[in-house]
Every structure is written in C-alpha cells, then in structure tokens.
Design a binder for this molecule. Structure first.
Ligand code: NDP
Length: 297
C-alpha cells in the first residue's frame, strides 16, 4: 500500500482515501494531499475544499492554476523537518571548514596535502528566513558554537541571534560569512541569491541553499566562484530537478550537491496533522499551518 495512505489510515481507519491517478469519482474528493503533482491533475474536482503540501514548501501549490482561489492551502510542519535541516546545515558548514570534499578527491589520487581548517571566527552564519525551520536552524548552530545572524521580513527576537528585518539586508550580509537560504519561494525572493548579494558578504564567503533552486541565479554562482567572491557552495535544491547530467555544477569541485534530501517529511509523523487538517476543512475552520496566498507562504 502507498506509505502515505497507510500512515493516514493508522490515524483514522474510516478515512476514504483514493491514490491518484486512480480516482474513481472526482466529485467525492474534498481534500487533496500533494507533493510536486503534475500540472492540471487538480482540474475538475468540484468539491475540493483544501489541499495540503506534503512538505514545508508550498510553491508547487501556489503556481498550480488548476486550484481555485477559494480552496484553502496548508503545509506540513513537524519537529523532524527542523532537526534534519539543522543537522544538514551544520554538516555542510563542517564539510566546508574541514575540506571534506577535497580530502575525498585527494584519497582517490592517493595525494597527501594538508589544509588548515577555516577558523570558526571566519564562519559567522547568516540565515535568510527565520520561520519555523530557519529559526530552529539558527538555535541549533548557536548550540554548536557558531555566531548567527538572521534576516526576515519582520524582525525576530531569538536569544543569541543578531536579527535583522527587511531594511537591514546590507548590514546582515556584511556581518555574514556563510549565507544559508531558508526563504519560501515567492515573487520577492525568487533570484535573491545573486552576485550583488554575494559581493556584500564578509569574506571568506560560502553559500548554502536549502530552500528552492529558483532562489539562486545559477550563472551568478559560477561567476562568484570563479572570481573568488565565494569560496564554495553547498546546494540541495536546483532550478531543474533532477539536476541534468550535463549541468555545469556537476564538474565544479567547490560545489557540493545533494539531491533535495536536506529535510524529508516522515509520513508517520505528519499523518496526525494531515488528518486534523482534513477534519478542520470539513468543518470550515482555519487549518493548521494555513498558507497566506497574498504573502505566498
Ligand atoms: P516559513 O514560512 O515558516 O518562514 C519563512 C521565513 O522567510 C519567515 O521568517 C519570513 O519572514 C521570511 N520571508 C518570507 N519572505 C521574505 C522576504 N521577502 N524577505 C525577507 N524574509 C522573508 O518557512 P519554513 O521555515 O518552514 O521553510 C522555509 C523553506 O525551506 C520552505 O519554503 C522550503 O522552500 C524550504 N525547505 C526545504 C527543504 C529541503 O529538503 N531542501 C525541506 C523543508 C523546507 P516573516 O517571519 O517576517 O514572515
């Protein structure tokens, strides 16, 4: 059985669940559970009341014109999404600091050459987006002894983190060596990781993009690496996924690539929240983690 269907039925065995593409009667569907679904599949569900994303991101739902504006949108937010992301980002920072990728290459060549780790003082982290995940990552990095700055639309108050709002972007960047993108993908944030931003970082600078591929202007990253504006990058998300085999990024030793695995939703953990939102949608009340369509997240 589909693992999601299994997990949802464990919460409520009476749920009537159909798994796309085998939907017998579209009229009976009131609630949809989606992740990167193909375009147009949500056409023709006249009684659809709400759709939930299986992950934290909702850009795939917001860009689907087949979902009427009257349909409520929600997302999954569970503790493990935050802890996984914290561990991923910390690991990316440590790999950069301790030259892990370079030593893997050196081993292949049986080549012995030492590099001093990048000192922690040169690794002040700046997190773009201090939402559910960004603020948890900030706190995790603090626990691990990193200095952390954060930037968000509205100013946050997180103990130990130097927080900046929208107007403080330049100051945030000038105090940051390692830039971590944890923004939602919206009209305002698309293409935000571009050369002018990289140039404002405090050298030596490094980029970690774990949000969405379209946040990054890919050719600007290549230029920034070639001109040493950035020392390297760790990317989990890409404009096109899977990343095409002939993409420039594959041959860059200073770009670490992971296949969109930074933080993965566990069906067992998410099922209770999804069932709760299904019931809320039937009662017509506000959903948990409901998306603000105007803001785009
Ligand atoms: P949230 O919606 O909880 O938080 C978003 C944050 O971004 C908020 O702090 C918000 O500011 C800020 N923000 C939004 N727009 C702007 C803007 N224009 N300028 C400045 N700040 C802005 O998101 P999450 O923390 O849950 O998740 C962030 C993203 O991480 C997801 O959208 C998804 O793309 C990505 N993700 C990636 C995964 C992976 O495996 N690679 C897994 C899970 C998530 P304010 O607080 O003021 O509203």
């Amino acid at each position: 059985m589909n693992p999601w269907k299994e997990a949802l039925l464990r919460i409520d065995a009476n749920l009537d669940i159909e798994v796309w593409p085998r939907v017998e009667n579209k009229d009976r569907v009131t609630f949809a559970v989606c992740w990167n679904h193909p375009k147009k599949v949500l056409d023709g569900y006249p009684n659809l009341k709400a759709v939930t994303s299986l992950g934290a991101g909702v850009d795939h739902l917001l860009k689907d014109v087949a979902i009427p504006k009257s349909v409520k949108l929600a997302r999954v937010m569970i503790p493990s999404l935050k802890t996984q992301m914290g561990e991923y980002v910390l690991n990316a920072i440590q790999n950069y600091r301790f030259y892990t990728a370079r030593y893997v290459d050196q081993k292949r060549e049986a080549y012995w050459s030492k590099h001093n780790p990048v000192p922690k003082e040169d690794c002040t982290v700046g997190i773009m987006g201090l939402g559910e995940i960004g603020s948890a990552v900030a706190e995790w990095l603090l626990v691990n002894g990193y200095e952390v700055n954060g930037w968000s639309r509205s100013k946050k108050n997180i103990g130990g983190v130097q927080c900046f709002d929208d107007s403080g972007l330049d100051e945030f960047l000038s105090r940051t060596n390692i830039l971590v993108c944890l923004l939602p993908l919206t009209k305002e944030t698309s293409g935000i990781l571009e050369l002018d931003v990289f140039k404002k970082l405090k050298p030596p600078a490094f980029l970690i993009n774990v949000a969405r591929g379209t946040h990054l202007v890919e050719e600007d990253l290549i230029y920034a690496l070639d001109t040493k504006v950035l020392q390297g990058a760790c990317l989990d998300v890409f404009e096109e996924e899977p990343l095409p085999a002939n993409h420039l990024f594959w041959n860059r030793p200073n770009i670490m690539i992971t296949p969109h695995t930074a933080s993965i939703t566990d069906p067992e953990e998410a099922a209770e929240l999804i069932v709760e939102n299904y019931k809320r949608s039937l009662s017509g009340i506000e959903l948990l983690n409901e998306v603000d369509r105007e803001l785009g997240y």
